[in-house]
Design a protein around this ligand. Structure first.
Ligand code: NDP
Length: 450
């Protein structure tokens, strides 16, 4: 039976690869999902007959556009703009915008595909999408970023709307960029609506939205530990990245009694065995969000180790929270983490572990929370921002945080429901994939061949 299923997975993947050549990250994301789903679909033939999986891997719509803008020297620059509208079976398309030079169609399709499952897991009515540009905000002036965002939105505004498609931030798109994008949308459409999430608090944003992904990944780690009768208090935690997700994961871990000892950026990582406390985190936030400097400056200021060009996984830790980018933990690094006693991996980033690394975690009974479950807190609070916008109300910090905690608990429970193994342990990959699939697939069945 195992061989038959393996063959079905291989046959399915051969078609995916032939139809979507050169989109390696998309192949990787689909493969990880179909490994869990094909056995489930064989047991539930209604999904097979309706070709639900075949439909889910094909975006409902892909929008590709030119983004011309003028730099500070008066020269015209041209970037690519994308929006992948992947699946709207359970709600408007929802998912972030990424501005990074590595952005291409395959990366955005992988992110949009994962987003469909993630959004379904949050229990909120959101379909899946993703978008962005190969524009690099690093080294650009605020005025250049503004002109780029205005040009990007001039085209994107034709395709999005509060009941159609609601983008948010991702790598390279934070509060500054969302502000410029929202301003341009409002100007073009002459309407003040919740068309983007991650907005400022004065103009329709939700409390806890900036914190939500990092807090959520930490809550998810806590839930996995609780399942084993343990918690984060006293644990040593390695965090990668130093952007939005990494910063707020660090804040929440510290609040829960853990000690974060690493942060990184694309140039290297810092190791601070004394822990990144509240005051040091404030320095990081100023460094990254205002000065837009490099993490090395942390080591210069606090006199700790800095490892140029390296990732933080060689450091001894109990918990790893990868919060930078895709494929940032490879097989060798996963083995080092396991050998150093790491017992929990909760993915703040999307697909940060390679398939080989995931196998290492699963073979060594690591509590491994895949991104589509562990980092769903961000989009969950984006969903709550949409609700507040529709109600024209603003909930308190405590109320939003409480809802976020409940959603992370519910996601954990869904993973347990669909991923519990005979020996009592939980396969969170299987649990998240099937748990995210069922609601979307049932909606697609109900809506006919669309
Ligand atoms: P930010 O842009 O705020 O921060 C990204 C961080 O990761 C930076 O420290 C950046 O370093 C580092 N990084 C980016 N690309 C690379 C790379 N190729 N190699 C090494 N380091 C890199 O983004 P976010 O914190 O918002 O996003 C981080 C991850 O979390 C992404 O995978 C994103 O998809 C995921 N995520 C984010 C959500 C959100 O709400 N923001 C929601 C769910 C998932 P440098 O500055 O040097 O580029």
């Amino acid at each position: 039976m195992a061989n038959v299923l393996e063959q079905k997975v291989n046959d399915f993947m051969a078609k995916v690869i032939a139809k979507n050549p050169a989109e390696v990250e998309f192949h990787q994301a689909v493969h990880e999902v179909v490994e869990s789903l094909i056995p489930y679909i064989e047991e539930n033939p209604k999904y097979k007959e309706a070709k639900v999986l075949e439909r889910m891997i094909e975006p409902e719509r892909v929008i590709l556009f030119r983004v011309p803008w003028i730099d500070d020297k008066g020269e015209i620059q041209v970037n690519k703009g994308f929006r992948i509208e992947m699946n709207s079976a359970i709600g408007p398309y929802k998912g972030g915008l990424r501005f990074h030079p590595t952005v291409n169609l395959g990366i955005l399709k992988f992110l949009a595909f994962e987003q469909v499952f993630k959004n379904s897991l949050t229990t909120l009515p959101m379909g899946g999408g993703k978008g962005g540009s190969d524009f690099d905000p690093k080294g650009k002036s605020d005025n250049e970023v503004m002109r780029f965002c205005q040009s990007f939105m001039t085209e994107l505004s034709k395709h999005i709307g509060p009941n159609t498609d609601v983008p948010a931030g991702d790598i390279g798109v934070g509060g500054r960029e969302i502000g410029f994008l929202f301003g341009q949308y409002k100007r073009i459409r002459n309407e003040f609506t919740g068309v983007l999430t991650g907005k400022g608090l004065e103009w329709g944003g939700s409390k806890i939205r900036p914190e939500a992904t990092g807090y959520g990944a930490t809550y998810f780690a806590q839930e996995m530990l609780k399942e084993k009768g343990e918690d984060l208090n006293g644990m040593i935690v390695a965090v990668s990245g130093s952007g939005n997700v990494a910063q707020f994961a660090t804040e929440k871990v510290t609040e829960l009694g853990g000690k974060v000892v690493t942060l990184s950026d694309s140039s290297g990582f810092i190791y601070d065995p004394d822990g990144i406390d509240e005051e040091k985190l404030k320095f990081v936030m100023r460094l990254k969000n205002v000065k837009r400097g490099r993490i090395k400056e942390y080591a210069d200021k606090y006199g700790c180790e800095y490892h140029e060009g390296k990732r933080p996984w060689s450091v001894k830790c109990d918990v790893a929270l990868p919060s930078a980018t895709q494929n940032e933990i490879n097989e060798e690094e996963a083995k080092i983490l396991v050998n150093n006693g790491c017992k929990v991996v909760s993915e703040g980033a999307n697909m940060p572990s390679t398939p080989e690394a995931v196998e290492v975690f699963q073979n060594n009974a690591i509590l491994y929370g895949p991104g589509k479950a562990a980092n769903a807190g961000g989009v969950a609070v984006s969903g709550l921002e949409m609700s507040q916008n529709s109600l024209r109300l603003s909930w308190t910090r405590e109320e939003v945080d409480q809802r976020l905690q409940q959603i992370m608990k519910d996601i954990h429970e869904t993973c347990v429901k669909y991923g519990k193994k005979d020996d009592g342990s939980v396969d969170y990959v299987k649990g998240a994939n099937i748990g995210g699939f069922v609601k979307v697939a049932d909606a697609m069945l109900a809506q006919g061949a669309v």
